[in-house]
Design a protein around this ligand. Structure first.
Ligand code: ATP
Ligand code: TZP
Ligand code: MG
Ligand code: MG
Length: 268
């Protein structure tokens, strides 16, 4: 059974503490995929929700002290109960507050997956990289090297997205080239992917299964985006955004195998 089929049959609960730009799109994307989204932020309940979830996705997109404390409480509870944690360090490097916050979070919490653009991931591990707002700036550099270094340093899976995506545990590295440029025109395309990864790690076993499930999550999302673009590119980003939800719902293992472009560059 593919990881996607396991998501659909197990319908994992994914606890999201995300930003106010993307919350409805994220919840709808998880539902389309076959997972069960739960957005919960109150300090009084986040530990309970995290404990009962299949995965916890933490996103600092519109952070303030209340959100940061909710993220810490949820993350600590997830760690205590062996629930996988995905962190999306939106805008790390753009302000000192964001950079300091993510660096504190990776010191305090054990992550299963860190997912961001190259600038964000670089800033999480203290490597300077040009960034503009919440979007990756243009910068030359060794994206694969940053991903592998971050994975080794944080002892977790790192996903760096962009025109092509890197998935690594520091010792095994995969590149996937699925996706479509229209994804750059939809705010929350990265945040939804982080939550989709949450759904896939929720149904994986620790170890290599986890890395393989993340590779399939990222590629599935890219293939769904290609299918959506093939149907809506002539209309524009609004239709594409809605069609992406349809294509997440309609994705099949055979569509995935037909279109997935995955290359392993390290390990084996
Ligand atoms: P950013 O803020 O830098 O846009 P993000 O958090 O939105 O970062 P992205 O890197 O845009 O995350 O990745 C989100 C999705 O968009 C991924 O599936 C990725 O493969 C895809 N993607 C991003 N840029 C491109 C591109 N130029 N061509 C094809 N797919 C892309
Ligand atoms: N501003 C703060 S969070 C956010 C914006 C526009 C959403 C970012 O979403 P993504 O997935 O990184 O494009
Ligand atoms: Mg983007
Ligand atoms: Mg982002």
């Amino acid at each position: 059974m593919s990881y996607l089929e396991r998501v659909r049959s197990l319908n994992p609960l994914v606890h999201n503490i995300t930003n106010l730009v993307v919350a409805p799109f994220t919840a709808n994307g998880l539902l389309a995929l076959g997972a069960s989204p739960f957005m919960a932020y109150a300090h009084e309940e986040v530990a309970d929700v995290a404990r009962m979830a299949g995965a916890v996705v933490l996103n600092i997109g519109t952070l303030d002290e209340k959100v940061v404390q909710a993220i810490r409480l949820a993350g600590q509870s997830a760690n205590a109960h062996h629930v996988p944690v995905v962190l999306d360090p939106v805008g790390a490097g753009a302000t000192a507050y964001r950079t300091d916050t993510v660096q504190m979070l990776v010191r305090e919490l054990r992550l299963t997956v860190l997912r961001g653009n190259v600038a964000e991931v670089a800033h999480v591990i203290g490597v300077p990289w040009n960034i503009k707002g919440v979007d990756a700036g243009v910068g030359e550099g060794d994206r694969i090297g940053i991903a592998e270094r971050a994975a080794q340093q944080l002892d977790c899976i790192v996903v760096i997205t962009g025109q092509y995506d890197i998935i690594t545990d520091g010792y095994h590295t995969f590149l996937t080239s699925n996706g479509h440029a229209l994804l750059t025109q939809v705010t929350g395309a990265g945040c939804l992917l982080s939550s989709v990864i949450g759904a896939f790690v929720a149904i994986a076993k620790p170890g290599n299964d986890m890395l393989n499930s993340v590779v399939e999550a990222v590629t599935t999302y890219g293939v769904a985006a290609e299918q959506a673009a093939a149907r809506t590119a002539h209309q524009g980003p609004g239709s594409f955004q809605i069609e992406l939800l349809n294509q997440l719902a309609q994705m099949t293992p055979s569509l995935f195998s037909e279109h997935a472009q995955i290359r392993q560059t390290r390990g084996g």
